[in-house]
Design a protein around this ligand. Structure first.
Ligand code: HAM
Length: 418
């Protein structure tokens, strides 16, 4: 076939799509419990939006955006969104919330696009569930979001570890930045070409170079340069996490690849994923709303990589099965009329039920019931209708029981047990 999908873009069919939906459903339910409101924003925005927020020197803006000239009157340069935060901040300012009602707790979910080198867990179209909280400069808010992430990972039962750091603010970061530049210059000969570029353009990124990882262990650490306020903020975050019994590691080398972060930054890694193991990432971005033309309002947020979280679920064997509880087999037209009602009643009793085609033979239908993974087959013929019963066949144990129609749901629930 010539019309194949593009590299880095995926079709998700059946179980793969189901695992993604499950992550999203759980995240939505959790967001409701944290008093968050949904925001839906466009997939296409002005390229400038990302240049001004994500940052000119970030990998995303430098190399990864799908950007093109939209042939409207203004020849606007537009991009498929590579992340959600800039769009949400723009929407927040454009709705006038930064002045009228600055304290907002928002969440969003949808596809993002980055032209990265595809590999397992890294795609060119991927899905994020993101949270952005505005107007809360206090450390309790940082802790609350980290507790929310902890709760999500526990709820999904994926093995995970949480790393946090503080990268300081406009006041104390310049000294840290300068120390990194000095360190980089002193080690020029040992650093890779990418790091040579980073020294002037974005020295913080020296710390997450994969090639020079060993060498950068001796580089300056942000925690040693924090001002009094940033230190107190970080101490409170840690204290609150301990109080809430959240396990975390302080990783003084974590800097994050996006430009807008201040103070708390964090990443959550899940097991079984290989190189692309970061399933959630985020941090505080107190200056961003103002930089983008809004009021001086604090911000903090994170995004869950839904694709990776779903892969982690599947790797841990925790992905839910989409197989039906029961397959309904009706023999003949009268039985079909009866069976359609039985199927509806079973669904009302919260069972997942698939009615099989009445136009096939019993043997074929039983084989089909097993193939779709049903635990039980419910068999209905004229004789069963006359007596007000159904046959419930346990497909795992090849046993069969006749029960009253009203008892069918209970009989199905008892099938397939060890
Ligand atoms: P990010 O670290 O660029 O942050 O992405 C967040 C998460 O999205 C990653 O940890 C990963 O799970 C997932 N992700 C990123 N790129 C890909 C990809 N190519 N394929 C699959 N999954 C991917 C942000 O996007 C920030 N907007 C997070 C944030 C919100 N910070 C504050 N508020």
């Amino acid at each position: 076939m010539e019309l194949t999908r593009l590299r880095g873009f995926r079709d998700l069919i059946g179980a793969d799509a189901r695992a993604m939906s499950l992550v999203e459903e759980r995240a939505r339910a959790l967001a409701a419990g944290y008093s968050m409101k949904e925001v839906r924003i466009p997939v296409l925005e002005r390229t400038q939006l990302y240049q001004r927020s994500t940052g000119e020197t970030s990998d995303i803006v430098e190399k990864q955006m799908y950007t093109f000239v939209d042939r409207d009157e203004g020849e606007t340069v537009v991009a498929l969104r590579p992340e959600g935060t800039p769009g949400v901040v723009r929407a927040y300012i454009e709705a006038g919330l930064d002045r009228a009602d600055p304290e907002q707790r928002l969440f969003y979910s949808g596809p993002m696009f980055r032209r990265e080198r595809p590999q397992k867990g890294r795609y060119r179209q991927f899905y994020q569930f993101g949270v952005e909280v505005f107007g809360r400069p206090d450390a309790a808010c940082d802790a609350e979001l980290l507790i929310m992430i902890d709760e999500l990972c526990r709820d999904l039962k994926v093995p995970f570890s949480m790393e946090i750091n503080s990268i300081g603010d406009q006041k104390c970061r310049p000294a840290f930045r300068e120390a990194l530049v000095q360190w980089g210059r002193a080690h020029w000969g040992e650093l890779c070409d990418d790091c040579h570029n980073r020294i002037d353009r974005n020295p913080l990124r020296l710390l997450d170079c994969k090639i020079d990882a060993k060498l950068t262990e001796s580089a300056p650490k942000s925690l040693d340069y924090l001002c009094g306020e940033c230190r107190a903020h970080f101490d409170t975050v840690k204290e609150l996490l301990i109080a809430a019994n959240v396990q975390f590691i302080v990783n003084p080398r974590m800097v994050r690849g996006l430009d807008y972060y201040t103070r708390t930054a964090f990443e959550v890694m899940a097991g079984g994923l290989g190189a692309q193991s970061t399933v959630v990432a985020g941090g505080r971005y107190d200056g961003l709303v103002e930089t983008m033309g809004g009021a001086a309002v604090a911000g903090i947020g994170f995004a869950i990589g839904i694709d990776r979280m779903a892969l982690a679920l599947q790797a841990a064997g925790l992905a839910p099965s989409a197989a039906p509880d029961a397959a309904i087999i009706a023999m003949g037209p009268a039985a079909t009329r009866h069976a359609i009602v039985v199927a509806r009643n079973l669904r009302e009793a919260n069972l997942n039920v698939e009615m099989l085609s009445p136009e096939r033979k019993m043997k074929t239908l039983l084989a089909r019931a097993s193939k779709i993974g049903a635990r039980a087959a419910v068999i209905i013929g004229d004789d069963e209708i006359a007596r007000g019963v159904v046959q419930v066949r346990d497909l795992k144990h090849s046993t069969q029981r006749e029960v009253a129609v009203a008892e069918a749901a209970r009989a199905i629930a008892a099938t397939g047990k060890e």
